[in-house]
Design a binder for this molecule. Structure first.
Ligand SMILES: [Zn+2]
Length: 743
């Protein structure tokens, strides 16, 4: 997203610590904002939502002697606890139905386990009981006083309609499967809610009811739970359409799980029985997905530094189909950007920082994503670098993105982060109205947005179904009129379509470590390689090319990690050739630079390319060219002399604290201008962190607070004349004291 958001819109925010949720039931004006055909409500009857249900659900957590399950009690609110002080309804606009606010769980300060539960399930040798039935939806029904209208199992968004949408194609391999009930995939380790909707079959009962849930896996019963349900509740909700029942958790029987990932993997059967009468069974697979690791880096720009943006991982975890999220600062100093912000150049810089970081780290330490935060004063929006958009201007790494934070708007930075990283994982844009068409959206009149051609909800940006945030306390329900996070709108949540896209992302598959994803993104082959050769540059829309910049890094002796390769997808327009001095080919890679702006499709100023290749052992490089249709557009070759480089400070034995300036001397006998990358080792050379890249001065001033403290610190300077690279390290370790004082 890269659209200026209007000032003055102060939306309701839901931060993890935000406890003042609107609790009082408000009239829900349910306009049918969903696309016709996607939902059909056949039940008519009272749509009144003024009644307040008090004390309808009383949890009885039955821990049988055989089974312990991680479960959160759900209690109903009392009227006195409710408050509307935090309820800021969105500004109504003409033609826009007033949206119901997100509805919290009725809750009384229960404890919630951590996002990744580690508490073990205790299993015993209880008698093996088979589930009664395992059809995908309904089980046998008995013509008695109570029945189930349905059961949904959700971890963030779920499809559930009665009757099922006519667009449903019950084949998980078909795209229309996302219209089928309970088609949203479940991920092992995510918080999970089992929601069941009871109804009267004939006269409603006059006595309270007991609901049983039994959970089976591998033919064994793993949990047995009960809920009490008042007769009054059943009477009150009996005639409500399912659409209304889904607006409030008081209107369903809820079992919230925090299952350990290993326990929930594979098919799990849920069997619900109401008052011993109607039994409903649903079997769902829990799939394994990787936790998402997102590193961030503040970008200093025009003298301003963005604030440390913490707590954003909650938004990734709430919406994404992943079991856990790590969000942490890349342990390197702020990135300083002293040019105007050019999307492709800044993406290339971030990718270079990522590459240099990963160069000296084991693949298990690589973040999946690196996100740069710009000062909000200069940038309000975001840019990604998706591999799936060959027409887009960028190195096509799917690894880096950047954006600016506007915390006072909507959910601010989190919306930008979830949007841009979703791009990198494979999600494209939702259909987005202009601001004039929908006051909750901010696409300006006359501007364009690249909409996913497969977006399945024609001309609507809404999420279509009920979303639920099970990671907030209390949890929050998001109505179907909320906006997909891939739209240019406020009130973001995730649609079934986008959820499925992320679930299918190659970057989240269990076998995909950060190192082994797409063929061009794996580690460089160590064989016959003496190091890494980086060739980067810029292609312009007129067909000209900048002279490629070359950095060659030797494999470090200690910690010989396989460095990552980040190469653009293969193409045919332009070719990079690396030739040995005898003219033989050492590398031949072709690519298609794209010039479309990633967000709008408008023409970008330039398109960067970024190749990392294994450096051939014992073979000297004669020249490197970029060509198009056999015509060489840019050529670089070795000058006569590599740079001379000597570190002068710190060079061993020093104790550094507060502000310091590292220095070195460097000359080039050919008179080439030199550029320097500076690395830091906190552990005597075992691992290296990039401090700064592409310096033109032989000095770097830093504050020790921004670097890990160490008594065995070293620095390494990499000097390049555009082709040759020279490297020097501190002669002996020095100490670095981090005192974390105000400065
Ligand atoms: Zn976008």
């Amino acid at each position: 997203m890269d659209t200026q958001t209007p000032a003055g819109i102060n939306q309701q925010r839901h931060s993890p610590g935000h406890k003042h949720y609107p609790g009082r039931p408000v009239p829900i004006e349910f306009a049918d904002y969903r696309q016709s055909g996607s939902v059909t409500s056949t039940r008519t009857g009272s749509r009144s939502t003024h009644f307040l249900i008090v004390g309808v659900l009383l949890l009885q957590l039955v821990v049988t002697s055989a089974v312990l399950i991680l479960l959160a009690p759900i209690e109903s609110p009392t009227p006195d606890q409710n408050s509307v002080d935090a309820l800021h309804l969105p500004p109504s606009t003409a033609g826009q139905p007033a949206l119901p606010p997100p509805q919290p769980f009725p809750n009384a300060g229960r404890e919630r386990p951590a996002a990744t539960p580690s508490q073990p399930i205790i299993e015993t040798a209880s008698p093996i009981r088979q589930p009664t039935a395992q059809p995908p939806t309904l089980a046998q029904r008995q013509p008695v006083g109570l029945e189930w209208r349905g059961l949904e199992i959700t971890q963030g968004i779920q499809v559930f309609n009665d009757p099922e949408s006519p667009r449903c194609v019950p084949d998980p391999n078909r795209t229309d499967y996302i219209f089928c009930n309970n088609s949203m995939p479940l991920v092992a380790g995510r918080h999970t809610l089992v929601r069941a909707y009871p109804a009267c079959n004939g006269d409603c009962p006059t006595t309270d009811l007991t609901v049983y849930l039994r959970v089976f896996k591998d033919g064994r019963e793993r949990a047995s739970l009960t809920r009490q349900l008042s007769a009054q509740t059943v009477q009150q909700i009996n005639n409500l359409p399912l659409l209304d029942l889904r607006t409030r958790l008081e209107y369903s029987v809820n079992f919230e799980f925090f299952p350990p990932p290993d326990w929930m993997t594979g098919p799990v059967t849920f069997e619900l029985t109401i008052n011993g009468q109607d039994t409903l069974t649903l079997t769902r697979d829990f799939a394994v997905r990787r936790p998402l690791r997102v590193a961030y880096l503040p970008i200093q720009y025009q003298g301003l530094t963005p604030p440390e943006i913490t707590n954003i991982d909650h938004w990734l975890l709430r919406m994404y189909p992943v079991p856990a999220v790590e969000y942490y600062r890349l342990p390197v100093p702020d990135l300083v950007w002293d040019k105007t912000v050019n999307k492709g150049e800044l993406l290339n810089k971030l990718l270079f920082t990522y590459w240099l970081y990963a160069q000296y780290q084991p693949a298990s330490q690589w973040p999946d994503q690196l996100f740069g935060w710009l000062p909000q004063e200069f940038y309000n929006g975001g840019v990604s670098d998706p591999f799936w958009c060959p027409n887009c201007a960028g190195p096509h790494s799917s690894r880096v993105a950047f954006g600016g934070l506007r915390p006072e708007h909507d959910i601010g930075g989190p919306r930008i982060l979830v949007h841009e990283i979703a791009h990198n994982l494979g999600a494209q844009h939702a259909w987005s109205p202009t601001q004039g068409e929908d006051g909750l959206c901010f696409r300006a009149e006359g501007t364009d947005i690249q909409v996913d051609p497969a977006w399945p909800y024609p001309e609507t940006p809404h999420i279509q179904e009920f979303g639920i945030d099970l990671y907030s306390d209390p949890p929050v329900i998001y109505p179907p009129a909320y906006y997909d996070m891939m739209a240019y709108c406020y009130q973001p949540w995730i649609s079934p379509f986008t959820y499925r896209k992320l679930f299918d992302s190659p970057y989240l598959q269990p076998q995909a470590s950060a190192a082994f994803l797409l063929p061009e993104f794996g580690p460089l082959a160590e064989k016959n390689s003496s190091g890494t050769l980086l060739v980067s540059g810029v292609v312009y829309p007129d067909g000209t090319v900048s002279t490629p910049e070359i950095v060659r890094l030797e494999r470090s002796g200690a910690g010989s990690f396989a460095p990552p390769a980040f190469n653009p997808p293969p193409g045919e327009d332009y070719c990079l050739d690396v030739q040995a001095t005898d003219g033989s080919s050492l590398a031949h890679r072709c690519f298609n630079p794209g010039f479309a702006d990633i967000e709008s499709g408008a023409m970008a100023e330039s398109s960067p390319f970024f190749f990392t290749l294994p450096h051939p052992e014992r073979q000297e490089i004669g020249q490197i060219t970029i060509s198009k249709n056999g015509r060489v557009l840019a050529r670089t070759g070795p000058s006569n002399h590599p740079p001379d480089l000597v570190i002068t400070f710190p060079n061993g034995g020093e104790v550094l604290e507060n502000q310091q300036t590292m220095t070195w001397t460097a000359q080039d006998a050919d008179g080439d201008s030199l550029h320097f990358d500076l690395l830091f080792s906190p552990d005597g050379g075992e691992s290296w962190l990039p401090l700064v890249t592409n310096l033109s001065d032989p000095a770097y001033t830093f504050h020790t607070d921004q670097i890990p403290a160490s008594s065995t610190a070293l620095i390494r300077v990499v000097a390049t004349d555009g082709f040759h690279t020279a490297v020097d390290e501190s002669d002996a370790p020095f100490s670095l004291v981090a005192n974390h004082q105000e400065h």
